[in-house]
Write a protein of this length. Structure first.
Length: 198
């Protein structure tokens, strides 16, 4: 006997394909969701690790900034202390300079010269006085030049002019010389060493 299938085979195949497609779509969706979830989890963990690293770096930068501020403060204090030390050393060096200058001029002063004024500006000393002859001024300049411990270079004789003082002809002169920069130890030695001072 011949059997005839009255069901439309096309509809059955279409329904079967739709069911397969639906299963594949669901499987693809599940796989896609799984991939998205894994990717999100991985990126989230990476982000969290990077944020922890950034937090550690920020903390380390804060510590370094504090140390830099402390170093700058110490540098400022060191600079201030060095400036004070320099001032104290300068005071120590120039403490007895006035006495030494007066002693030096008195020892080098030849007869026939009267000193009217002594003025010191920095390392330059200016003498003003009266001399009975111009040769006496030259002698004073030579004597000061020979004092190597305190005088730097050759003294400079300024203007010499004739004046009448108490009915006596005198020579009004000015003379300047530069002092050597003395270290505290040098100053003591120079003050005690009378060999260079005539």
């Amino acid at each position: 006997m011949i059997r005839i299938n009255l069901l439309p085979h096309r509809q059955i195949k279409r329904a079967e394909r739709q069911r397969e497609f639906g299963l594949m779509a669901i499987g693809t969706g599940v796989i896609a969701i799984a991939i998205i979830f894994l990717g999100w989890t991985y990126l989230s963990s990476q982000l969290s690790a990077q944020q922890e690293r950034n937090a550690r770096l920020d903390k380390a930068i804060g510590v370094l900034d504090q140390e830099i501020a402390d170093i700058k403060k110490l540098q400022t204090e060191i600079k201030s202390l060095l400036e004070r030390k320099g001032i104290v050393e300068n005071l120590q060096t120039s403490r007895s300079q006035a006495v030494v200058i007066l002693d030096l001029v008195a020892r080098q002063l030849p007869n026939g010269i009267i000193i009217k004024n002594i003025k010191q500006t920095g390392n330059t000393v200016m003498l003003q006085g009266l001399a009975d002859t111009q040769a006496r001024v030259s002698t004073l300049s030579k004597n000061l030049e020979d004092t190597k411990a305190w005088v730097n270079g050759t003294p400079v004789i300024g203007e010499i002019k004739s004046v009448i003082v108490n009915n006596i002809k005198q020579n009004d002169f000015s003379l300047s010389f530069n002092l050597k920069a003395q270290k505290p130890a040098d100053e003591k030695a120079a003050g005690m060493d009378k060999a260079g001072v005539k």
